[in-house]
Structure formats: C-alpha cells, structure tokens
Write a protein that binds this ligand. Structure first.
Ligand SMILES: [Zn+2]
Length: 74
C-alpha cells in the first residue's frame, strides 16, 4: 500500500502530526508513526515546505532529512 501526500498525491515520505493542546506540529519519518486522525502524510517536498500556523511550534523529528540545522548566533 502506498500512502499519498495529502497535498499533491505523490508518494508520502513524511507524516505531519498536529497536537492541538500544545499548539505543536511534528514532522516524522513515515515509517516511524501510525497515521492517526490528526496526522497528514506529506511527500518530502511538501514536508520541507511545511510552515506551522502562527504561534505554533514545528519540530522536525525526521532522521532522513534535516532541513533546519541548529544555528548558534553570537
Ligand atoms: Zn506533496
């Protein structure tokens, strides 16, 4: 079974999960999670372009792709 991206229908590589009580969004590898009610499969492209709603925090827990490297500003 192939899970398609919720945006474009391409094969999904990432799962985006909303946690409404915490105002948090997670990106996980597709293989790591069971797709639940508040989870949306996304292809790699749409996963990388995901921006959280205003005031929400986005945590990228994917191991395959690290879009946001830690940045230290002096
Ligand atoms: Zn897509």
């Amino acid at each position: 079974m192939t899970i398609g991206c919720a945006r474009c229908g391409s094969p999904a590589a990432t799962v985006m999960t909303f946690a409404y009580p915490q105002s948090a969004v997670w990106l996980d590898d597709l293989s790591d999670v069971v797709v639940e009610v508040y989870s949306y499969p996304l292809c790699a492209d749409h996963g990388d372009r995901m921006t959280p709603p205003l005031g929400w925090t986005l945590t990228d827990r994917r191991t395959v792709t690290r879009l946001f490297a830690p940045v230290n500003v002096a």
